[in-house]
Write a protein that binds this ligand. Structure first.
Ligand code: SF4
Ligand code: SF4
Ligand code: SF4
Length: 251
């Protein structure tokens, strides 16, 4: 049986050095987008960022959800959840409809706004490397061990152990353990995750069935009204958020 891989990012160990940011750029042959990496934002040319919250550093990247909404809403099957864990996409199939951007609960996929043939881009958990038994580029360079790559179940055990052994150092939850059904990227931090810019109040259940119904506009409201409304709520909220960011010039 294939063991799912994952990444554990422990914000309490992160020095904010930006080595992961640089390694990701190099691995994916992405251009330099900012002279100050701490001010860069996720974009079609930046798949991970390091953010500074008053001296507490955190990373943002695709969470590689266990039940990804990007997969379920894409009308042409450009996204795929692999057995190894990463969520991949086929840029050649992408229509540029941006349903995935609207549906992603973690606000991850980015659009090539300036391209004549715009497509959506995001982290692919270094799939080529990990398929060969290597680690991700970002975990291999991390000098403090804040970004760890390994088997998802082992990383989850490690995260629980850290919280149990040092309860004073950690907020007592693992972001990505069960948010929207869990993800292959998991986060530890010393404070509530929303204070570090992560989505708050995410349901513990997977979202794909909700968004798929909402997108298809299937009036299967009888008996599943709550699910339908949850899907509509997510899509509307994401649509407004994207419109606001586009207006403010942020990708
Ligand atoms: S974080 Fe968003 S883009 Fe990444 S797998 Fe989940 S739904 Fe898809
Ligand atoms: S896993 Fe690979 S693609 Fe994703 S952020 Fe790390 S280096 Fe970039
Ligand atoms: S390489 Fe490690 S310590 Fe440096 S910013 Fe990235 S996660 Fe933090």
């Amino acid at each position: 049986m294939i063991k799912q891989k994952g990444i554990l990012f422990d914000s309490t160990l992160c020095a904010g050095c930006g080595e992961c940011y640089n390694a990701c750029k190099k691995q994916n042959k992405l251009p330099d987008t900012n002279t100050d990496y701490l001010r860069d934002r996720l974009s079609s040319e930046t798949y991970t960022v390091v953010e500074d919250y008053s001296g507490v550093y955190t990373r943002k990247m695709c969470m590689h959800c266990q039940h990804p909404t990007c997969v379920s809403v894409c009308p042409v099957g450009a996204f795929e959840k692999t057995a190894l864990g990463p969520v991949l996409y086929d840029a050649d199939k992408c229509l540029g409809c941006r349903y995935c951007m609207q549906a992603c609960p973690h606000h991850i996929p980015r659009y090539e706004w300036t391209s004549n043939n715009p497509r959506v881009k995001k982290c692919i958990m270094c799939y080529d490397k990990i398929s060969k038994g290597e680690g991700t580029a970002c975990s291999e360079v991390c000098p403090t061990g804040a970004t760890l790559f390994g088997d998802r179940d082992e990383l989850l055990k490690e995260a629980k152990k850290r919280i149990a052994e040092n309860p004073g150092s950690y907020y007592p939850e693992i972001f990505g353990d069960d948010e929207v059904g869990g993800s292959n990227v998991m986060i530890l931090a010393s404070e509530p995750f929303e204070k570090l810019g992560f989505a708050k109040n995410l349901p513990k259940e997977p979202l794909p069935q909700y968004t798929a119904r909402a997108l298809d506009k299937i009036p299967a409201v009888v008996g599943v009204g709550g699910a339908f409304l949850t899907g509509m709520f997510w899509l509307t909220k994401r649509k407004n958020q994207i419109a606001k960011e586009k207006k403010s010039g942020k990708e």
